[in-house]
Write a protein of this length. Structure first.
Length: 96
């Protein structure tokens, strides 16, 4: 999906630029608990574990901005039901 790829690219570049101002890849990788190769993948815009990605943002002081956007989206969706109820028609068949 193109928008997901763009998200990875933008976040990777954000992490790379903020990291480069303070430390090298080896130091940030140690702080977030991943390999230097994983950090390289993040900075190149490749998908990685979300916990690793969010930890990198937090260590660099950038996670708060993402939390603000997520909070705004959640407030905007507050009128939506918490879950969609399953109807009898949409149940799975048992005949395997």
């Amino acid at each position: 999906m193109q928008v997901v790829n763009e998200f990875h690219q933008v976040v990777g570049e954000l992490i790379k630029r903020h990291r480069a101002q303070r430390m090298d890849q080896r130091e940030l990788a140690a702080r977030i608990g991943c390999s230097q190769r994983t950090l390289t993948r993040i900075e190149q815009g490749q998908p990685v574990n979300s916990e690793t990605l969010f930890t990198a943002l937090a260590v660099l002081g950038q996670l708060d901005a993402f939390m603000q956007v997520a909070d705004e989206k959640l407030r905007a969706a507050s009128h939506l039901p918490e879950r969609k109820r399953q109807t009898a028609d949409s149940e799975l068949d048992d005949d395997f």
